[in-house]
Write a protein that binds this ligand. Structure first.
Ligand code: PEP
Length: 255
């Protein structure tokens, strides 16, 4: 984590958890737990909790994000949500390319790119997720795969827009499994992502881009993961639903 060159960001991904009323209660727990944060704190909630989250987080140090966005501006896309709809609610961030979207909802590198560009065009900040499966890691293609995912996700994204891009390295085998990447593995792949960003945009942009690690990050392992020079924060699933654990991860980002 290099706080002199880039922002450290700890973001929660609530996935499909919490009704709007439960979200209000959870946010009441999170706000005091993270109020002394030295880093940026984001909570990404289901669409149905966004209004509540935006309202509750107004005037606090917690930023609100969505978990997905459609790439078209409007039209006959039943069940989808556009970037303008999120912006209108006061939402600031959105996640694209989460592995659960890729795995269960046929998300491809190309649609991740389309969603990312649509979100940027509407003024959102985007947390773009990349990461290899266990089979890909065992086949020794992690770096190639993550390079490819990063390059396609960022196709036609400008250097200026990169100021609103965060990349989350999330090994699929570590998400929700309790099996965390070692800090060396996280560092190695985050550094490889920074290298590809440098090839695409130059070293100034690469050095300024926040690259998070995500995958079973918790109160116990956060400090070690965040101690690595290219790990600039975390995308947190399960532990983001527990105020004390999320608060401890945020606190670990200050050390
Ligand atoms: C995630 O959903 O992005 C994630 C990293 O989940 P977990 O922390 O539960 O592994």
């Amino acid at each position: 984590m290099n706080q002199t060159k880039r922002k450290t960001i700890i973001a929660g991904n609530w996935k499909m958890n919490k009704t709007a009323s439960e979200a209000a209660e959870l946010i009441d727990g999170i706000l005091p737990a993270v109020q002394d944060a030295c880093c940026e704190v984001v909570i990404c909630t289901p669409f149905t909790s966004l209004v509540t989250a935006v309202e509750k987080c107004k005037g606090t140090n917690v930023h609100v994000g969505a978990e997905n966005v459609h790439f078209e501006k409007s039209g006959a896309f039943t069940g989808e949500i556009s970037a303008d709809m999120l912006v209108d609610l006061g939402v600031e961030y959105v996640i694209t390319g989460h592995s659960e979207r890729r795995q269960y909802f046929a998300e491809t590198n190309e649609t991740v790119n389309k969603r990312t560009r649509a979100a940027l065009a509407a003024g959102l900040k985007v947390i773009v997720c990349v990461g290899e499966s266990l089979a890909e890691r065992e086949q020794g293609v992690t770096e190639e795969l993550v390079r490819l995912q990063t390059k396609i996700a960022l196709k036609d994204v400008t250097a200026e827009e990169m100021q609103r891009i965060v990349i989350a390295y999330e090994p699929v085998w570590a998400i929700g499994t309790g099996r965390t990447a070692t800090s060396e593995q996280a560092q190695e792949v985050c550094a490889a992502i920074r290298k590809v960003v440098g090839e695409l945009y130059g070293s100034d942009v690469a050095e300024a881009t926040t690259i998070q690690y995500g995958g079973s990050m918790n109160a116990a392992n956060a400090q070690e993961l965040l101690s690595k020079p290219d790990v600039d924060g975390g995308l947190i699933g399960g532990a983001s639903l527990k105020p004390d654990d999320f608060g401890a991860i945020v606190a670990a980002a200050r050390q």
